[in-house]
Structures are given as C-alpha cells and as structure tokens.
Design a protein around this ligand. Sequence first.
Ligand SMILES: [Zn+2]
Length: 250
Amino acid sequence: MSTRNLVSGTSVVLLYHRLGMPKLTSLVAGQYVAPRLFNSQLDYLTGRGWKGGALADVAGAGRTEGAAGQDEFCVTFDDGYLSVYDHACPALVERNMTATIYVVAGSIGGINDWDAKAGDRRESMISTEQIRELSDGGFQIGSHTMTHPHLTELTDEALRGELTDSKHILEDITGRQVAAFSYPYGDCDDRVVEEVVAAGYTSAVGTKLGVVVEDMSAFEIPRVNVRWNAIGPLLMRKINRARRASRSTK
Ligand SMILES: [Zn+2]
C-alpha cells in the first residue's frame, strides 16, 4: 500500500485569548473561555484520539500533513493574560501538554492597554517572573509585538521596532530564542511578513480560519478561534469548518 492511501489526519492550531466566565461588560465577551470548559475541550479532543502537541510538532517546518493519519492539535494563547497562567497552564501541565503563549512585550505585568483604549475591560497580563516560570516549565513564549498595533498601518521603522524590541525583551526574560510570532488582529501583508522573516522569527500565526496543510507558508499559519460556547461537539464542528476552508483555498 502506498502512503497515498493512508487516511490523512488533521492538524489544527487552536487560538485562545482569556480564561474565565464571559464578562458581559467586555466588548469581546465571546473571548472568555471558562476554565471548566477549557479542561473539557482538551479531554474531548484527546478522548477522540487527537494528540496534543507543541506548535513545532503540529505546524512546524518539515512536518507532513496527517502523518500516519494522526489527528493532532496544539494550543496557542494570544496577548498573555494572567488568566491563562492561572487557569489554562495548570490544566495543560496536569495533562502533560504544552502551549505557545504570544506575549505583548510592552504590557508585561500591566494591563491590556490596547483594548482599554478601545473601551474594553482592563485585564491583568502575566509578569516577567511568570513568563520565566512558564518558559522554564516547557511552554513556548512567542511575540505578539510591543503594543498590539495594526502592523500594516505602521512605518517600516515602527514595524521593525515592534518585531525586534519584543523579541529581544522576551529573549532576555526567558534566556531562550523567541522564534514564534503572532500578528495582532491577524493583520499582515507581504511587507509585514517580509519583516517578520527578517527579524529572525521562524513561524507566524494569524487569525484566518483553517487547518495546517502541507504547502502552506510557515508565516501564515491559520488557526481555529475557540470561543466561550465551544463545548466539544461545537468545537469539532468549527474544526470541520476549518478543514473545509483550507480545502477550498487550495
Ligand atoms: Zn492579540
């Protein structure tokens, strides 16, 4: 039997933001995932044979789509909220799993200034010590810029600053190379991608719905945005939508 006949598995990168009960006072209430729901999502997927892995395993260079028919997922968090440290990371550690956390390097130990300016609730962000602890504990720390801007609207100079300053700050804290990047608002174009590559990142995730496919760019990795109501079957329905979205763009 040739490998072509193997049923290929699906590889998907899940995107989370905040953990906690949905706050009706928030402009992005749907971005809160209750800790119990988060735990149940992990158990739902693994209970159906999905393997939880690191970003490099699921969407890294050189991986082949659906190796041996294994469905796999990795967990990513944008922004670096304290609620992720408090609720999601312990649940992952308990299950021997890891995640990538994309930190806004200019807001470490502070609040979500970019959201607050737009009228949203203030939320606490993880501290320097917590970032170090997570990195030492096997979590991957990635950059989500300095100030969470729309990157396509910046001058070349400001764009480079957002990419390289955040990388250096996070490398200083973790003592490790910071190679993973996430575009704020999923906002990117050819110029932004070029600068992300030039800054020394080796992968970048966006917010476009999709699954990992073999011939995709490592700098435009699609994700599945997981929201407050995504109980197991709804999460699976969204993953299936992502599968179809990726197929239709090929
Ligand atoms: Zn963000």
